[in-house]
Design a protein. Structure first.
Length: 107
């Protein structure tokens, strides 16, 4: 009697074998990351740190970490295309002005 194997039979084992590598890679890629609970002061400090060159990691922190607050996340997303390599300083300063007008105590 001739038996045939289904092509899908090995997919379960493949998933089990790949899981130890796939889960850490997904975590590194930020798929399981929670948004940061940043304050308006922190977002303003990151933008200022990038613009005035006093914080070398400011742009990376702003660009790569989502923010829990919806308004601040919108500011972050709008800032991303204005960043390096050809930073739009005027655009970033207008976002700063928008932030400080909404949160005057955060200056």
């Amino acid at each position: 009697m001739k038996t045939t194997r289904s092509c899908n039979a090995g997919l379960g084992w493949t998933a089990i074998l790949l899981a130890p590598a796939a889960i850490p890679l997904a975590m590194l890629a930020g798929l399981f990351a929670r948004p940061a609970a940043r304050t308006p002061e922190q977002v303003i400090a990151l933008l200022n740190g990038f613009l005035d060159g006093t914080d070398a990691r400011a742009w990376d922190d702003l660009e790569s970490v989502p923010i829990a607050d919806p308004f601040l996340e919108t500011i972050r997303r709008r800032a991303i295309p204005m960043g390096p390599p050809h930073a739009d300083e005027a655009g970033l300063r207008s976002l700063l002005a928008e932030l400080t007008s909404r949160y005057p105590e955060a200056r």
